[in-house]
Design a protein around this ligand. Structure first.
Ligand code: FAD
Length: 481
């Protein structure tokens, strides 16, 4: 009778290139895949509504895959340590394997669990699976964590050849008797009031869809990535982010597919895409070494920044709902609400408007993204928001304020993206579609756009708000010295 090993699955919802699952199989043990739903342990960053939606379908898909191999997924909810302990006892398991995560609260929890279970005689092993480099594997010449992406990436890019991904098992032993799984619905992941139609129409969670998306992107789109990646109206990026977040595909699988199938491998035409995978690594590096950054600016000068006080709630609500009256911003926020995803260029534009023109704290934006993004990821979201607000590592300086009209003219020149998400502006000529307030009245009338009725009047004057933001920045610089 082979020994039983619990494979504690978390954000590694795949059977291919899964080191924890592979370890049990390679040792000839009987793996028991277990998922424990314990959102309280992730506080204050337990998964938001869109992420929970994705998780529901990703777990469903993984269970289906495991069943096809002869096994299945055991679902539980509650305290992770107590659940693992009870499962190990019920199964007479000898080992627990899992793949590492790097969010500060989870690092602390997992260390505690490892210590406790080892103390009870269980073999516990955690493995590298979800990043190319553990956050402690790369350091500056003075053994400090990196704060600048170019230096980080120079070091990382020289070491990308990491061997092929682990192959997926072709069959697994059946689950043992005596350990009951919860039904998927019992995890309560789906919304009670259905608002998720747009998500379902846009996405297909789970490993098979992730691998198919990777394959299509690598074969058809990666060569055009450098020129298309900044155009929100074009499907020019991989859209792998939610799949990568929940580990339906590993970064090693992504790089392997590129190295294997794209002319020039990692350093050729696909290099700009590979570099973005590098940003994902950098984000994990920063979160691990600066664990307070989800709440606090990395640049301490921003702790005292004079964010707006009066009228903040109404402005935040208009931004959230895509009713700012600034088309490129509204298009992005509506895409986010409808699909749970937003193009990277748009994320930067809407974040700049929130933190600079509206002078609202970046944490408020990060929270909204957290609840609405299907790819909400503590490392990447924190990096993205601190970068946009000018207070993070390697950040865009606060005084560099994106002009959403110029951004629209440059990256959505024919207005396709804006027209898709703000159909009330569809009949405006290209020249005015990014600034309907500036269009001559007869042109607006012909296009059927009355500001304040069909489409909002802008909630800020862009030029004046920019000046105010720069004044706030100057005052603060004066305070800090
Ligand atoms: P591609 O361009 O195809 O890139 C491939 C992969 O590289 C992505 O799937 C992602 O895993 C990674 N990646 C790309 N850009 C970045 C980046 N700047 N930082 C870290 N990883 C990156 N990304 C998230 O995955 N989750 C978030 O919660 C998140 N929040 C963001 C918030 C803001 C304010 C900003 C400006 C960016 C944020 N990003 C976040 C980064 C980026 O916008 C998304 O990763 C990207 O848009 C996902 O689309 P894609 O998969 O088509 O990316």
């Amino acid at each position: 009778m082979p020994a039983t090993a619990i494979v504690w699955l978390r954000r590694d919802l795949r059977i291919g290139d899964n080191p924890a699952l592979h370890r049990a199989v390679a040792r000839g043990e009987r793996p028991v895949p277990l998922y424990v739903h314990s959102p309280g342990e992730e506080e204050p960053w337990s998964p938001g509504a869109a992420s929970r939606w994705w998780l529901h379908y990703s777990l469903t898909s993984l269970d289906r895959q495991l069943r096809a191999l002869g096994s299945g997924l055991i679902l539980a909810r509650g305290d992770s340590l107590a659940t693992l302990r009870a499962a190990a006892q019920a199964l007479g398991a000898e080992a627990v394997y899992w793949n590492r995560l790097y969010d500060p609260t989870l690092v602390a929890r997992d260390s505690r669990i490892k210590q406790a279970l080892r103390g009870e005689g269980l073999r516990c092993e955690s493995l590298k699976a979800n990043v190319l480099f553990e956050p402690w594997e790369l350091a500056t010449g003075t053994r400090e964590p990196y704060r600048v992406f170019t230096a980080f990436w120079r070091k990382a890019a020289a070491q990308l050849g990491q061997g092929p991904p682990l192959s997926a098992p072709t069959a697994l032993p059946p689950l043992p008797e005596g350990l009951l799984s919860l039904r998927m619905d019992a995890l309560g992941l789906l919304p009670r009031i259905p608002w998720d139609g747009g998500l379902a129409a846009t996405w297909d969670p789970g490993e098979p869809a992730a691998l198919a998306r990777l394959e299509t992107f690598v074969d058809q789109a990666v060569a055009g990535y450098a020129q298309d990646r900044d155009l929100p109206g074009v499907v020019g990026t991989s859209r792998l982010s939610p799949h990568l977040h929940l580990g339906e595909v590993s970064p090693r699988q992504v790089l392997h597919a590129v190295a294997d199938r794209v002319p020039g491998g990692l350093a050729g035409v696909a290099e700009p895409f590979v570099r973005e995978i590098g940003w994902r690594e950098f984000a994990h590096h920063l979160l691990y070494h600066f664990p307070r950054t989800p709440e606090e600016p990395l640049d301490p000068r921003f702790s005292a920044f004079p964010w707006r006080i009066g009228g903040a709630e109404a402005l935040l609500a208009a931004w959230q709902r895509g009713h700012t009256g600034i088309p490129l911003v509204d298009a992005g926020m509506r895409e986010l609400w409808h699909t749970g995803w937003m193009h990277n260029r748009e994320r930067m534009v809407v974040a700049s408007l929130l933190t600079k023109h509206l002078r609202l704290p970046w944490q408020a934006g990060a929270r909204w993204f957290w609840d609405t993004l299907v790819d909400a990821d503590l490392a990447a979201n924190t990096l993205g928001w601190q970068w946009s607000a000018g207070c993070g590592a390697d950040a865009a300086p606060y005084f560099r304020v994106f002009n959403p009209v110029r951004q629209g003219e440059r990256f959505d020149p024919r207005g396709d993206y804006v027209r898709r998400w703000c159909p009330e502006l569809a009949a405006l000529p290209d020249r005015w579609v990014h600034q309907p307030w500036a269009a001559p009245e007869p042109i607006r009338q012909t296009a059927g756009v009355t500001l304040g009725r069909d489409y909002p009047t802008p909630i800020v004057d862009l030029a004046e708000a920019r000046r105010e933001a720069l004044t706030a920045w100057d005052q603060q610089k004066g305070v800090v010295g």
